[in-house]
Design a protein. Sequence first.
Length: 124
Amino acid sequence: MDTRTAAQRFADTWQHGWTHHDVDAITTLYSDDAVHTSMPFRPPHQGKQAIADYIHWSFSGESTPHVTFTTPLVDGDQAAIEFRVHTTENDQPVTIAGCVFARFNRDGLAVQTRDYWHTNQGHQ
């Protein structure tokens, strides 16, 4: 699978999966030995199950998220994709804005991803 197709599938699946808290759909995007780092100083999540556990944890407490991912910027086997999420946590509006960087294998699966994001609580 070419990287542009893999990256767009990644963005579309994440957008739908986050909106519906569908962790199973999202984890199909990752190779079994994928590594995900969320924020620069957190330890990486190694392997598909660790990534699934992290996503489950991330979704806990969220309700009715509205999620958008931009068209991926692709170079070689890598892509950068911005995202924005408007949700509610503990009855308070929260906006999450960030970017995911992903590297894909020949099968179109993510083998390495990293996120940078920021939250703005109380504003949408």
